[in-house]
Design a protein around this ligand. Structure first.
Ligand SMILES: Nc1ncnc2c1ncn2[C@@H]1O[C@H](COP(=O)(O)OP(=O)(O)OP(=O)(O)O)[C@@H](O)[C@H]1O
Ligand SMILES: [Mg+2]
Length: 243
């Protein structure tokens, strides 16, 4: 499937990738950039035109705040058993943290990640059902965590390259070349309902290099091939009955 992207990285995300677009340093970005107030609204579905571009053909700015591990108080109760389970789970490909609203998923993840290096965090919202937007954010999150990653995958995404044939293989090849492991956390994955995004995620999970680990926090089981991953011992599940 061919998609067009039209997303640009904000100054903070692109700080170590000048070729992405040095927006905040007085230099001209590669694309015509909208004014900062043209950021996509958070929490609302993006209007899409026939090409899948949210908001017509205007490029949108990615919000750096979606890439930050949420700040939590250090006075919260530490759920040590669950923190340990997350640490062990991340030795497998995919860890699924599935629990209802308000259970403490985001808090638990933030507690686990405190002090950990090479964490790529992405807090999803409903607007991320647009595949171009979703993958722009995933690539930005990985880049934010590991500046050594080249921006080639994002370039290809912007050019409208095929996701499963070009963009994701390029991204995974780049991750594979890294010396260190990266944990990619997608919080609120239940907000993803677009079948195309799930299919692309399944494609990525199946082909992830061993130095990339994925953690999904969701209020419900995602439409991913969980049975297959379970059978292959690639899935670690943390659910509400584990306290
Ligand atoms: N270990 C803890 N000790 C004390 N309070 C906690 C703890 N974990 C979570 N909470 C509180 O519970 C509330 C909900 O937590 P959190 O946002 O992490 O839940 P969630 O499962 O991520 O919810 P949602 O599905 O809506 O994203 C927050 O106010 C948080 O401060
Ligand atoms: Mg949460």
């Amino acid at each position: 499937m061919s998609i067009g992207a039209g997303y640009v990285l904000s100054r903070e995300i692109s700080r170590d990738a000048p070729h992405i677009g040095e927006i905040g340093q007085g230099k001209v970005a590669r694309k015509a950039l909208p004014a900062p107030q043209a950021d996509l609204p958070i929490g609302e579905p993006a209007e899409q035109d026939a090409t899948g571009h949210p908001d017509g053909h205007e490029p949108a700015v990615l919000l750096a705040t979606k890439l930050h591990v949420p700040h939590i108080s250090d006075r919260l109760v530490t759920r040590s058993a669950l923190v340990n389970a997350l640490e062990q789970g991340v030795s497998g490909k995919l860890t699924l943290l599935s629990a209802p609203a308000g259970w403490g998923k985001t808090t638990l993840l933030a507690q686990w990640l405190a002090g950990r290096d090479r964490v790529a965090w992405l807090g999803l919202d409903r607007a991320d059902n647009d595949p171009a937007r979703f993958w722009s954010y995933v690539i930005a999150a990985l880049h934010h965590s590991e500046p050594a990653l080249s921006a080639r995958a994002l370039d290809l995404l912007e050019m409208g390259a095929d996701m499963c044939k070009v963009v994701l293989p390029t991204l995974l090849n780049e991750v594979d070349l890294l010396d260190d492991a990266i944990v990619l956390i997608l919080d609120d994955y239940h907000l993803v309902t677009n079948r195309a995004v799930h299919d692309q995620m399944a494609f990525m999970i199946e082909r992830m290099p061993t130095n990339l680990r994925l953690v999904l926090a969701s209020r419900s089981d995602p439409a991913l091939p969980l049975a297959r991953l379970r059978a292959g011992a690639d899935l670690r599940e943390l659910r509400t009955n584990e306290h």
